[in-house]
Design a protein around this ligand. Structure first.
Ligand code: AMP
Ligand code: GLY
Length: 421
């Protein structure tokens, strides 16, 4: 099969490496890809939002399967564009991808179908939102832009003044553009967070092994929120018993709710959960694999990913058994100095070959470019240094041993992945 991966991050590199394991994959392209991906697949210079360009490329190159990995092109209907052209594509269509693209939609869906989530109100007017937070007078309070905001549209305000400032920056100063035309103000929840990615064909839902992201920039969960500084799988807090509760109260009800709304979801649905003292609740849905969750979940997948994609597209997911490797995986993100704020690009990366000495380690490239035989930084999150092993401790030890071999000026990474709540 000729396969086209769409996207350019660490998640896409992990997907590319997994697809290459499939005996069915004869030719793999990635658009636009990155430096690391260019060593594994043929990279094609098409903008990630260019639906027309992607479809034309797919037609010319007899693509049998297109895999749309990032949120923006999914929300913008890239899967619809492939389907209209008769090309098989993995991922939700735009109608279903709205579960991530609009928090107002997802919150209202959960309320309507009794899916456990934080209590909330929706506002389209800054004055009213400010009156509400002042009247409620409870902190912390969570302020969320409705639309996609590069993972930055959530502000946990510790004081009423901070909440007012957040509302003004989103609704009046348009910090996230039109994503902030509407906002959700919600109750602050506590408890361990769990990421559960699930394959679904719109009828059947098959959760993958669980994982845990570390979103803050620095050790001990300090510093700004990032796209994710590291992950482990499985999530130690996610017991079989909790998994069953999630299946019954969250996963199946969500799939059914999307069907009832005439928006059947096909692809990978990401459940961002919080295990609160009152049971598991949904923090957010994503319409795609998480990044860097994919980097620890996919290495544990034993079943051919191409077979799973086909089963999802053909709505035959209930027919296949999805198998996983026991043990654990850990991913440590090496980021550019300054990230998630301003950072430099184009810094040479050393030691990428040496980490091959560490058994079980693999380096997924997120923000790199490859020129004249050398790798350079090209983004905030640069590398996802990952290892799979028999236990979490061993996976962490191997991932950090691989990190030790790699260096670039300004590199920063968390030293406590897998150690915090
Ligand atoms: P999101 O962009 O929706 O993933 O939110 C980013 C992070 O904000 C989440 O991973 C949580 O840590 C935190 N968060 C979001 N909503 C809430 C909430 N209602 N209560 C507590 N923390 C939250
Ligand atoms: N790691 C969080 C996300 O992919 O949204």
């Amino acid at each position: 099969m000729n396969i086209l991966m769409i996207g350019s991050g660490g998640r896409e590199h992990a997907l590319v490496k997994k697809l290459l394991e499939s005996p069915k994959c004869t030719k793999l392209y990635c658009a636009p890809g990155n430096g690391g991906i260019s060593r594994d697949a043929e990279i094609i210079d098409i903008n990630v939002m260019d639906k027309h360009g992607m479809v034309e490329f797919a037609k010319k190159n007899s693509i049998d399967l297109a895999f749309v990995a990032p949120d923006d092109p999914l929300a913008d209907g890239m899967v619809d564009a492939f389907e209209d052209a008769g090309i098989r594509a993995f991922g939700p269509n735009a109608k279903a991808a709205v579960i991530e693209a609009s928090k107002v939609f997802s919150k209202n869906l959960m309320k309507k179908y009794n899916i456990p989530t934080a209590k909330y109100e929706v506002f389209d007017n800054a004055e009213k939102a400010i009156q509400y937070v002042k009247a409620e007078n409870t902190t912390p309070v969570v302020v969320k832009a409705d639309g996609l905001a590069l993972g930055k549209g959530v502000i946990i305000a510790q004081t009423i003044d901070e909440a007012v400032a957040a509302i003004k920056s989103i609704m009046e100063d348009k910090k996230f553009g039109d994503s902030g035309n509407n906002i959700v103000i919600e109750e602050f929840l506590t408890g361990p967070e769990v990421s559960v990615l699930a394959f679904t064909d719109g009828k059947c839902v098959k959760p993958m092994v669980s994982s845990k992201d570390h979103k803050r920039a620095y050790d001990n969960d300090e510093g700004l929120n990032t796209g994710g500084m590291g992950t482990i799988s499985p999530n130690p807090y996610y017991t079989d018993e909790i998994a069953q509760v999630c299946m019954d109260t969250i996963f199946k009800p969500t799939i059914d709710a999307m069907n009832k709304e005439g928006r059947p979801f096909k692809g990978c649905l990401y459940f961002g959960l919080m295990l609160t003292p009152n049971g598991p609740k949904v923090i957010e849905y994503n319409a795609r694999f998480g990044d860097p969750e994919a980097q620890v979940v996919l290495p544990r997948l034993k079943t051919d990913l191409v077979d799973i994609c086909e089963a999802v597209i053909d709505e035959k997911l209930s027919d296949i058994d999805i198998e996983w490797y026991d043990g654990a995986a850990a991913c440590v993100v090496m980021a550019s100095g300054g990230y998630p704020l301003a950072y430099k690009k184009g810094i040479e990366i050393f030691g990428l070959d040496d980490n091959g000495q560490i058994d079980g380690a693999v380096v997924y490239h997120a923000g790199t470019k490859y020129e004249d035989g050398k790798f350079y930084t090209n983004g905030g999150r640069v590398l996802g240094v990952t290892a799979r092993a028999g236990s979490l401790d061993e996976a962490l030890q191997k991932a950090y041993a691989a990190v030790d071999k790699i260096r670039f000026d300004g590199a920063h990474f968390r030293k406590d992945i897998g150690k915090t709540k």
